[in-house]
Design a protein around this ligand. Structure first.
Ligand code: URA
Length: 285
């Protein structure tokens, strides 16, 4: 094979990796997974599951949301249900967003923290009427320690500016995960469940009038549903919180999806108009 062509191929393969968000080497040596021995079916699990798996959240006294999407995802197969319980107990002890932020920063129970450069907690104005919940920090967010500051965040800013809202004035922004998953991989259900304990308390303490759920992963995780974003988007639902309050929630496409699929911006524009209408109905605008 011609050496020049091979080098170009390599460069284009690297570019493709970066485009997919794979921009970090996890190890010095590549792992040959074909050479690895097959998993031992009979080996005992490191942490046995309890007989009755712990649900992601305890909701004994919580009213069912008026228009909650179904079906629920059911108990998550978490390796360490205790970590979720620990996170929940810690979050419940926090009585302000500032306390919660300190608790999240000090929390070492989510493995993602080990590979992340920064804890990405929130940006914008605490107490804003609109709280946006996205998925996870990417490379830019991890570097700068703020959510939605990369290209997709810039698109999100422009979209909200189109209805006269900005993160400096009227928006509070967070993610369901506080640490970047390596290579931007989809967060595991266990990672989501651990962080969700904090995110639910975050919503209770920030007290937004409405929630905007950006993308399928955030919408499914916050609403605890198996329904996909294509069905969820544009439909208002109600999120019941553990303190007995409920907040209207609007799932919408993730801005990164809009960058890949510009034709879907029409639907996102309609979601933004629906948000504007809801805020007016609530007397906020
Ligand atoms: N995508 C997200 O979901 N959140 C961010 O903060 C950045 C990109």
């Amino acid at each position: 094979m011609n050496q020049t062509i091979a080098r170009e191929d390599l460069a284009s393969l690297l570019r493709w990796y970066v485009d997919q968000g794979i921009d970090e080497a996890i190890g010095e040596e590549a792992i040959d997974r074909f050479a690895a021995p097959p998993p031992q079916a009979a080996s005992p699990p490191i942490q046995p599951m309890p007989a009755a798996p712990t649900p992601i959240r305890s909701a004994p006294n919580r009213p069912t949301p008026a228009a909650a999407p179904a079906p629920l995802r059911g108990p998550v197969p978490i390796e360490s249900p205790q970590l979720v319980e620990d996170a929940r107990a810690l979050a419940q002890r926090c009585n302000s967003v500032e306390e919660l932020e300190a608790a999240v920063r000090a929390f070492d129970g989510c493995a993602l923290k080990r590979t992340a450069k920064n804890t990405v907690f929130a940006d914008g104005v605490v107490g804003s009427p609109v709280m946006i919940v996205g998925e996870a920090p990417g490379a830019d967010e991890d570097r700068l320690g703020k959510p939605f500051v990369g290209v997709s965040g810039q698109l999100m800013d422009r979209m909200f500016e189109a209805i006269g809202m900005s993160r400096e004035r009227d928006l509070y922004i967070t993610n369901i995960l506080f640490w970047r998953p390596p290579g931007n991989r989809t967060p595991t259900l266990a990672e989501q469940a651990i962080c969700m304990a904090f995110t639910r308390r975050h919503i209770e303490l920030a007290k937004p009038k409405v929630l905007v759920l950006a993308g399928g992963t955030a919408a499914k995780s916050v609403l605890d549903t198996a329904e996909g974003i294509m069905r969820l988007r544009g439909k208002w639902t109600s999120l019941s919180l553990d303190d007995g309050t409920a907040v209207p929630a609007l799932p919408t496409f993730h801005p990164a999806y809009l960058l890949r699929t510009p034709a879907s911006k029409r639907q996102s524009w309609s979601d933004l108009l629906s948000l504007d209408k809801k805020l007016r109905e609530l007397g906020i605008r």
